[in-house]
Design a protein around this ligand. Structure first.
Ligand SMILES: [Zn+2]
Length: 556
C-alpha cells in the first residue's frame, strides 16, 4: 500500500470486510487458522469457457491479493467442477463421437485433443494455461478429486441425514414445484454404465451408509440410463451433490470466507439463496461474503465483449482463451479491475477506437503511478496508483516503461508496411526512442508496435487506416493550382531544417492559415501522400517518413 490511510479501492474494501467478519467471529477464526483466507470460485468445464467467467476470476484474484496486502494469508482457489454431468452438446463437437457420453461426469469423457487427461482437463486447461498472462495467482482443484479424497464425506452424511430438511428448504426458497423437494440430495454414479446424470437415489440407509438408486432411461431428456438398480456408498467419489447443495457443502469443507459469482446466481430463489440457506440450516456454516447468515448479497455484473452476452451453454460469444490472442491480457485485467464489479461492462473493440482509448488510459495510469503526471486530487492519485499495483502483471518495474502511445505506434507501423524493426528505427530517428534505451524498453516498444499493427488490421475504424502511396495518387489532380502551390511551399518549410514535432506542427498550421485554410492544406497533403482526405497527425507523420520522399511528393 502506498498510504497509511484506508484505501477506497473496491478490492481493498472487500478484503477489509472479510477480515472484519473473521475478527468478530470465533468459528471463522478457527477456519482461517487452518486454511487461510480462502477466496473461492468454480467452473464447470463443459466446453470452451467464455470471457464472462474471467471477470469472476480476476475479481477473486484481486481480492485475494488485497487480503495478502493487508497482512493475512489470502488464497484464491478455483475448482474445476469436473464431476458434473455432460448435459448439453457444444456445437463444435462431433455428435457421432460424443453423443454416447451424455450423462457421464466430464472427467470420465475422453479429451477432444491429445495431451490432456480428459474432457474436463482439456477445456479447463485451455483457460488456466493463460492465467500467468492475466496475472492470476491461483490454486487449482478438481472437485471430482475432492470427492475421491473424501473431502465431502462429512457433509454428504449430514445432507443425507437431513434429507427432509433440505427438501423443505427447496420448498421454501424455490417453490413446491422445484425438483429438489422430492429427491435425495445426492446423485450416485451408476456402477454399471458410469453415468451420473441418469441416476435417481431413492433411499438412504443411514445405518449401513449406502444409497439405493436406479439408473433410469427416462429421468432426463438429454441422456438415457442403463436401467441398473443397486446400492453404493456415497463417499469417496461414489457420486455428487446436486449443484445448490454442493455449493453450500464446499464452504465448510474447503473453509471458504469469500466467494462471489455472476449476478444471475444471486436472484432471489436462485442457487445462491439456496446455498446460503443450506449452509446456515444444515451445515451450520456462515455463508461467505458477499453473503451472510440471512443474506444472499449481490454478485458481479455481466462482462460482454463485442456486445453479446457470453454464455458457455449457448456456445456463442468470445472465449476466455481466445480473447487473449486479440486483446492483451494485461489490458483486460486493467479494464476489469478499473471497473467496479457491480457495473455492467460491455467492451466492443470492433470498428471503434475503444481499445486505443484503453491503451491510452493504461498509459495514463502508469504515468500517475510513476509520478510523471500531476494530478490535483490526492484521492484520485491514490486510486490510480492502487489500480496500477493490482492490475500490473508481473513485477512492477522500478521506473516508467518507455511509452509510445498506440495511435502513434499504429501510424508508424502503417508507414513501414508493418515492419517492426523499421518502425523502431523511425522512432529512434524521431527521438521517441533514445539511443541509450534499455533492452526492456526496446522490447516494450516493439511489443507495442506489434499490438498497434494488430489493432489496425483487426479493430481500427477506416479513419485510422492508411497506406503511403508509392506513386503520386490520381486524386492529386483534383487539387486547385493554389493548393498545389501550397504543397510546394510546405515542402520548402519542411526542408529547412531539423524539426521538432511540436515546432513543425505549429509551423505547418501557421503557414496553412496564412496561405489558404488549414483544412485545404491538410487535405492536400493527405491526398498527395495517402490518396485520401484525412490521415494521422501531419507533423508527426511527415517526420516519420523519409524526408526526401515527402519533399519530392509535395513538389510533384
Ligand atoms: Zn447406468
Amino acid at each position: 500500500m502506498t498510504s497509511e490511510q484506508e484505501s477506497l479501492f473496491w478490492a481493498d474494501q472487500w478484503a477489509r470486510k472479510v477480515i472484519e467478519r473473521v475478527e468478530s467471529d470465533e468459528d471463522l477464526q478457527k477456519v482461517v487458522k487452518k486454511h487461510g483466507y480462502i477466496c473461492m470460485d468454480e467452473k464447470t468445464p463443459s466446453g470452451h469457457i467464455h470471457i464472462g467467467s474471467g471477470r469472476g476470476w480476476i475479481i477473486t484474484d484481486t481480492i485475494a491479493k488485497a487480503l495478502r496486502n493487508q497482512g493475512v494469508k489470502g488464497r484464491f482457489i478455483l475448482g474445476s467442477d469436473d464431476i458434473d454431468p455432460f448435459d448439453k452438446f457444444p456445437s463444435y463437437l462431433k455428435k457421432e463421437t460424443y453423443e454416447k457420453y451424455l450423462g457421464m461426469p466430464f472427467r470420465d469423457i475422453p479429451s477432444p485433443e491429445k495431451g490432456y487427461k480428459n474432457y474436463a482437463d482439456y477445456y479447463f486447461s485451455e483457460c488456466t494455461e493463460k492465467f500467468d498472462e492475466f496475472g492470476i495467482e491461483v490454486e487449482l482443484q478438481s472437485t471430482g478429486e475432492n470427492y475421491d479424497k473424501g473431502l465431502f464425506n462429512d457433509t454428504i452424511k449430514i445432507a443425507l441425514d437431513n434429507t427432509k430438511e433440505i427438501q423443505d428448504i427447496y420448498r421454501r426458497v424455490s417453490g413446491e414445484d422445484s425438483a429438489g423437494t422430492k429427491k435425495l440430495p445426492f446423485n450416485p454414479i451408476c456402477e454399471k454404465c458410469g453415468k451420473i446424470g441418469t441416476t435417481e437415489a431413492y433411499e438412504w440407509d443411514s445405518e449401513r451408509e449406502v444409497v439405493k438408486y436406479r439408473c433410469r432411461k427416462d429421468l432426463v431428456k438429454w441422456a438415457e440410463g442403463c436401467g441398473y438398480e443397486g446400492e453404493r456408498s456415497p463417499y469417496n467419489g461414489g457420486g455428487k451433490f446436486p449443484w445448490k447443495v454442493e455449493w453450500a457443502a464446499k464452504w465448510p469443507s474447503i473453509g471458504v470466507t469469500y466467494e462471489t459469482a455472476g449476478k444471475d446466481h444471486f436472484t432471489y430463489g436462485g442457487s445462491r439463496t439456496m446455498a446460503v440457506a443450506i449452509a446456515k440450516d444444515i451445515f451450520k456454516y456462515r455463508p461467505p461474503l458477499p453473503s451472510d447468515w440471512d443474506e444472499t448479497g449481490k454478485g458481479y455484473e455481466f462482462f460482454t465483449v463485442g456486445g453479446r452476452k457470453m454464455s458457455t451453454s449457448k456456445g456463442s460469444g468470445v472465449g476466455f482463451a481466445t480473447i487473449s490472442e486479440h486483446v492483451p491480457p494485461r489490458l483486460l485485467r486493467y479494464l476489469l479491475i478499473r471497473t467496479r464489479p457491480r457495473a455492467v461492462l460491455d467492451f466492443d473493440p470492433y470498428d471503434s477506437n475503444k481499445l486505443l482509448l484503453l491503451y491510452d488510459n493504461y498509459d495514463a495510469t502508469e504515468r500517475v503511478y510513476f509520478e510523471k503526471d500531476e494530478k490535483e486530487n490526492k484521492r484520485e492519485v491514490e486510486h490510480e496508483k492502487r489500480l496500477y499495483e493490482l492490475a500490473y502483471v508481473g513485477k512492477i518495474p522500478k521506473k516508467l516503461p518507455l511509452q509510445v502511445n498506440l495511435g502513434h505506434a499504429s501510424m508508424i507501423v502503417q508507414s513501414t508496411n508493418f515492419d517492426i524493426d523499421h518502425s523502431l528505427e523511425i522512432l529512434k530517428k524521431t527521438g521517441h526512442v533514445k539511443k541509450t534505451a534499455s533492452k526492456e524498453d526496446l522490447d516494450y516498444v516493439k511489443n507495442r508496435l506489434k499490438r498497434a499493427g494488430q489493432w489496425i488490421k483487426e479493430f481500427a475504424p477506416e479513419q485510422y487506416k492508411f497506406i503511403v502511396q508509392e506513386k503520386l495518387p490520381a486524386e492529386v489532380k483534383e487539387l486547385s493550382k493554389e493548393e498545389r502551390s501550397a504543397l510546394k511551399k510546405l515542402a520548402d518549410i519542411i526542408g529547412t531544417g531539423k524539426w521538432k514535432e511540436k515546432d513543425l506542427e505549429s509551423a505547418i498550421y501557421n503557414f496553412a492559415k496564412e496561405e489558404l485554410t488549414p483544412k485545404q492544406v491538410f487535405r492536400s497533403a493527405y491526398l498527395a501522400l495517402l490518396g485520401k482526405e484525412r490521415g494521422p497527425r501531419l507533423a508527426q507523420f511527415v517526420l516519420s517518413l523519409d524526408r526526401k520522399f515527402v519533399l519530392e511528393r509535395f513538389k510533384a
